[in-house]
Design a protein around this ligand. Structure first.
Ligand SMILES: [Fe+2]
Length: 392
């Protein structure tokens, strides 16, 4: 069945090549600016990745006029303000962010203050408040998961008021996403597994989401296919450049799919345990994904069944309910394998969530923005409790 309406808007140019992060001249020539400010974090810098990109820029005649490496595990409002002041004073004409979701989201928010001026919270709270394009933002992801390089959202944590601020704006879509598998080679197995499960959850939730379209489906299915072929390989053999490349492309494709189709209650759950118990986002998604698919089963099985061939499951002559169950079983086999490799917890009890907090998680997840887009409508938190108990 076709959707009554859908929109597809993806102005971010995506380039992929082994080693391209140090050879950006052709792309930067098109953008037409020469002075860039680099935003990253100390882990990435200690791996030498910031120096590597800067050396490539210098060799090609571009200038890195400053760097900010103090991005914390969360993208934080105070860091955004500090960094924006540095960018403004540096004479930069554009921003290059090198990192995972927090670095990219920090850079998106910094670019608002750098390009449009004013106060981030006072002037730009709400959705689509920007009135014109920002300065160029080039993203070099160092994880394969968040998809932030192709999404229009920046999520920033306001540590003074202890709240998460969400800035959705089409002008936050980066100009260029540079996918270079060499930039992800140092990602440890646990981070590889967690961020990979985040990408898989983006694609799965987008595929069965209520705003899915034939266009978002193409990206979701493509991402799922690449993840099933490459995630275990990338965890087992971190220097497998092809597996790393497959995961990087998959995460970007999953990002394109969910920024159009949205996520659902599995992300609602992950946000809840992230906020209350600091469970890493990808780990939480890995734990909740199979249980969430079961929770939604009646509402998604017909579509889920179509994923059977992508998951290596038989499709012909198999009833849709059975094919859909096989898809969920394949996801479980994947998470179990990652668990055997010591790279991914698969139960909530193993990630520091106390059992008496399950009602609190249900309540938070129900109120989360992602849950509004869940294929199974939900009325109260009691409905969610069995789902969380299964994951516990
Ligand atoms: Fe996510």
């Amino acid at each position: 069945m076709l959707p009554e309406f859908f929109e597809f808007y993806n102005p971010t140019k995506v380039v992929y090549q082994v080693g391209i992060a140090t050879d950006l001249k052709p792309e930067l020539d098109i953008i037409g600016k020469t002075k860039y400010f680099i935003i990253s974090d100390h882990i990435i810098a200690d791996l030498g990745l910031v120096d590597k990109v800067e050396a490539g820029l210098a060799e090609a005649g571009f200038e890195a006029v400053g760097r900010f490496l103090d991005v914390a595990q969360d993208a934080r409002l105070n860091d955004v303000k500090k960094c924006a002041d540095l960018v403004k004073a540096s004479g930069a004409e554009g921003i290059i962010s090198i990192g995972g979701g927090s670095v990219i989201d920090t850079a998106k928010a910094v670019n608002i203050m750098f390009s449009a001026g004013g106060d981030l919270v006072e002037d730009y709270s709400g959705a689509h408040t920007l009135t014109r394009p920002l300065n160029p933002h080039i993203v070099i992801p160092t994880t394969a998961g968040t998809g932030s390089e192709v999404t229009m959202v920046a999520v920033i944590y306001d540590e003074d008021n202890k709240e998460k601020l969400v800035f959705p704006d089409k002008y936050l879509l980066p100009n260029l996403a540079v996918l270079d598998p060499e930039m992800t080679l140092s990602l440890p197995p646990k981070m590889t597994a967690a961020t990979g499960m985040d990408a898989l959850t983006h694609a799965m939730e987008a595929y069965v989401g209520i705003q899915a379209s034939p266009v978002s489906d193409v990206f979701a299915v493509g991402a799922i296919d690449l993840i099933m072929k490459n995630l275990v390989r990338a965890v087992e053999q971190g220097d497998d450049i092809e597996a790393r490349g497959g995961m990087l492309i998959a995460a970007t494709m999953a990002g394109i799919s969910f920024t159009h189709s949205m996520c659902g209650v599995i992300h609602g759950m992950a946000h809840a345990v992230g906020a209350h118990f600091r469970v890493p986002h990808g780990v939480a998604n890995g734990i909740f994904l199979p249980h969430g698919m079961e929770f939604n089963f009646e509402f998604i099985y017909e579509k889920l069944a179509r994923l059977a061939p992508v998951m290596g499951e038989p499709a012909e002559g198999v009833a849709p309910e059975d094919a859909a169950r096989n898809v969920i079983a394949a996801v479980r086999r994947l998470t179990s394998r990652l668990n055997e490799l010591g790279a991914l917890p698969i139960r909530l009890r193993d990630v520091g969530v106390p059992e008496d907090s399950l009602p609190l998680i249900a309540e938070s997840a129900l109120m989360d923005g992602s849950s509004f887009y869940n294929p199974r409508p939900m009325e109260d938190e009691a409905e969610l409790l069995p789902f969380i108990q299964n994951a516990y």
